[in-house]
Design a protein around this ligand. Structure first.
Ligand code: ATP
Length: 293
């Protein structure tokens, strides 16, 4: 479905993506997660053919998407600041969706308008931020494109509308499995929706795997410096704080019984780190990641 290899992209002489590799051949809802400015939007633009890679290849259903009108039938991209015409109302946007997507599902689009309670005759430029997200979700999901890419789709949605979005997303995916990639800043949003996460950091994808697997990682240790270091061994430390004589670290390791026993023997407190803290530490700016010999 998507195959990105050795992709680099620059805005002028400023690199935004470097040596990105990402491959997915199965229908899945996948989350793209990374810090502000890490390259999420840029990667989505390149995958959907809006930008041309400086290096490497992008293939969507076997098609190179850049400057390729055929790609529209394979990939739909709903941008964060989607360029709706000032003149358009909701019905115009739906006509546009129907025109450009061969899998367009008009009755599903109408259903989503009702779910989101969107006024059909109001100009989209007069919509609130949340309403703009709802029309983008409607267009993205009703396109039924084999690859649907959504940049921060829940931006501006209140808690109840977010729940509506999650429900319709999961329902349509179950009925019509396809590759849906969405970016978000909220881990708590990724966990119930996405089977996989692509983590982007320092302009490249550093991990692409099942959320259930990522959840096994991240181990917190607290104790005397010496004892904690004895437990760490050769593992990678992704966060470290000294509080008085106590050392508090997060290791990039799977939490498992052997490690628990080792910590107990050394008099070190051991806990599983929450996924959010683990991901934040993996993608920290001034990195404290280093090896303990
Ligand atoms: N049109 C542009 N011209 C020049 N530089 C850009 C442009 N768009 C993005 N960039 C730069 O490219 C890098 C990646 O930006 P991008 O928008 O892809 O990140 P992001 O992960 O989507 O960020 P955020 O989470 O804040 O939305 C940033 O350094 C940004 O300043």
């Amino acid at each position: 479905m998507i195959d990105v290899q050795d992709l680099s992209f620059s805005y002028g002489n400023r690199a935004a993506l470097k040596n990105v590799a990402l491959r997915e051949n199965e229908p899945v809802i996948t989350g793209l997660w990374g810090r502000n400015g890490s390259g999420k939007t840029t990667l989505m633009k390149v995958i959907s053919g809006m930008e041309k890679p400086n290096q490497g290849t992008v293939s969507v259903n076997g098609i190179t998407p850049y400057n390729n009108s055929e790609a529209m039938n394979h990939v739909t991209f709903m941008q964060e600041d989607h360029p709706f015409s000032d003149l358009w109302d909701v019905e115009d946007a739906l006509r546009f969706g129907a025109y450009f997507n061969e899998n367009w599902d008009q009755s599903f689009a109408e259903y989503l308008l009702d779910v989101f309670d969107l006024p059909r005759k109001k100009k989209i430029r007069q919509f609130s931020k949340g309403m703009k997200s709802m029309i983008k979700i409607t267009l993205g999901l009703a396109s039924k494109a084999p690859v649907t890419v959504m940049d921060e789709p829940s931006n501006g949605l209140d808690a109840s509308m977010r729940k509506q979005f999650y429900d319709v997303l999961l329902d349509t995916y179950e009925e019509h499995p396809r590759l849906i990639m969405l970016s978000t800043h909220h881990i708590e949003e990724l966990v119930p929706l996405c089977e996989k996460i692509a983590l982007i950091d320092q302009k490249t994808i550093i991990r692409y795997e099942e959320i259930e697997n990522l959840k096994r990682y991240g181990v917190l240790l607290t104790g005397s410096s010496e004892a904690v270091k004895s437990v760490i061994g050769n593992s990678q430390v992704i966060d470290e704080q000294k509080i008085g004589k106590q050392l508090h670290v997060m290791m990039d390791e799977v939490f498992h019984a052997d490690l628990e026993a080792k910590a107990k023997d050394a008099g070190v407190t051991i806990e599983k780190a929450p996924l959010q803290d683990y991901l934040v530490n993996l993608t920290k700016k001034e990195t404290k990641k280093h090896e303990h010999a």
